[in-house]
Design a binder for this molecule. Sequence first.
Ligand code: PEP
Ligand code: MG
Length: 744
Amino acid sequence: MYGEVVMGVAAPSEHDELPFDRILDDIKRAHGASRDQDLDEAALREAVARFKAEIAKLTGTAFPDDVATQLWGAIGAVFASWNNPRADYYRKLHGIPSTMGTAVNVQAMVFGNLGDDCATGVAFTRNPATGTAELYGEFLTNAQGEDVVAGIRTPEPISELAKKLPKAHAELVRVARLLEDHFRDMQDLEFTIQAGELFMLQTRSGKRTGKAMVKVAVDMVGENKLTPREAVLRIDPAKLDEVLHPTIDPRARPPAIAKGLPASPGAAIGKIVFTANAAKEWAERGETVLLVRTDTSPEDIHGMKAASGILTSRGGMTSHAAVVARGMGKCCVTSCTSLRVDAARRTAAFVGGGQERRIKEGDTLTLDGSSGEVFLGSAPLVPAELGNELGTLMQWVDSFRKLQVRTNADTPTDARTARSFGAEGIGLCRTEHMFFQPERILAVREMILAGDEAGRRAALAKILPMQRGDFAELFRVMDGLPVTIRLLDPPLHEFLPHGAGEIEEVAAALGKPAAAVAAKVAELTETNPMLGHRGCRLAITFPEIYEIPARAIAEAAAEVHAAGVAVHPEIMIPLVMVPEELRRLRELVARVVDSALGGAKIAYTIGTMIELPRACVVADQIAAHAEFFSFGTNDLTQTTYGLSRDDAGRFLPAYLDAGVLATDPFAVLDPEGVGALIELAVRGGRSVKPDLKVGICGEHGGDPTSVVFCHRAGLNYVSCSPFRVPIARVAAALAALAETPGKK
Ligand code: PEP
Ligand code: MG
């Protein structure tokens, strides 16, 4: 270990073992020993001599014999570790500033490897996977801590310690409770037992799954250890993702090919790869991958991050793969002992019962991180279910938050999911997304490619009944809640037919020669479609493009209203740059809606998206024509930065790597630029209409940091994708709680 950590001896490549492991394996083989402790003194002397020779050969430096030199070497290595690439990556992942620095703690050694009345282990004061209140962990007798973490020998569960070393176990139980009560949080403990006496090496707040995070927080309120406010403050909204993720459908569960330890819950399906670099490369190509390894080490972090699940043949519940995957909220199965991995050949096999099932890179597996099972191919998944504890937590969350949370939903299925997650309305229905099915997209293409108003009206007439049906269903699902429907905003490049096949299909539908359609496509092709003929610009030039969908909304509303559904339509006009656009289109939409409602008493509103810097600056003038604003921060970020949404991915990673940008502004709202424009627009809008309702429906609406910004900027609601609704609710509560520090 000193050779590796202090003197920098490394494995020759990702596929190889450390030289020390190779030497020790050699010696064990030569002596017929299966475990390290089976080696006799002579064999150990041989190992030491060969280790020293290897170090001298590889580093050009002799292994130091002087104890003070060794100690200073070790101290130096701890300080140096702050700047190694793994630490750097970890800090980036967790937003820890690299200027913080580290400390070194020097203490007397205790030994867990002096005999069978000695042991070492790690324990959690509660189960870190489920949150159940039980002392949970693993130990090895006659071993040192590194042996447990490295996952080389399979450790025993803590309950066995009660049988083997009962006095030390009783003491561990007592100390664990004391520490948890003192810190009022689940603790992650490291201990060593030397000659029957317990020594605590370390305690810290324990990493846990999303599920355990919720259960521990709620249970501790029940145990009078925390107040509801403190419990909510313990929640990391981003981690709720795990609680909300799919599991394997219990009714269609295929037989498992293998079973390991359920190290981190959730289910994952992916193509298998055998190295961290392959995981990263495949994921960058858009593949969903599972990282399959004998075991993982800190060198694998980038691959683990890129993978959707991790499977190892060795390790335990507290080995590297398990702890890191749990921290990342990824499904992970460790210690799948029937798995043999041959990373160099990019193959593996499940062996057992005299059979062998070979798999190779690119094959698909499904992992169940909650049961530890592994399945060949892809197993059917079902959406997550919210448990009782989450319900309790969310009641507290809702009592603290001021921001409302709506959802972006284009289909009734999305709307239903979001409602079950607590969405308080739809903040954005992108109507063009209702047309991605093949039979529908044809009608939209017909409309876009029509040469005149009559052609467009004919295509829109086909769209009208489909839209009416969709809107009616959305209104029914969201009964009693507001539904914001955005009128068409198709960036033309997403909807024009691509390639000869699609052109011929549209030509047939239009009854026109393919060449004529191809010519029209060429004519409509824009150099910069994101800044092109999209949004309300389409309706300024061709009013029927808003007129007919507005009618569909009103007719749907009238229909469901007649059936007793409480409908609250909010009609939203996108990409407004000058107030005159909104004035005209609002007048048009209101006229159509009023006439189509035919006297039905339905209160509807008409508002606008704020997606362009100019709209922010003249927001006071725009507000004169709007009953609400919704910030489209995807476009507002694009236009504020002058950074194409579609192309930024090509160079943004380089900016992030080089630290030119601290975060991706499309993921986390930029408070200084985009945020300043939002604040300007809120002020401008409310200077004209003090009660103007203001929300956000860009992707940022589901990002916890951005939600906090929205709270501070005085928005009424955030709108985000269905699975992020609980995350946004928690983030909104945290934002509100941060304003009243110290209050119970
Ligand atoms: C936005 O721009 O933020 C938005 C919600 O609209 P879209 O992503 O559809 O352009
Ligand atoms: Mg937009």
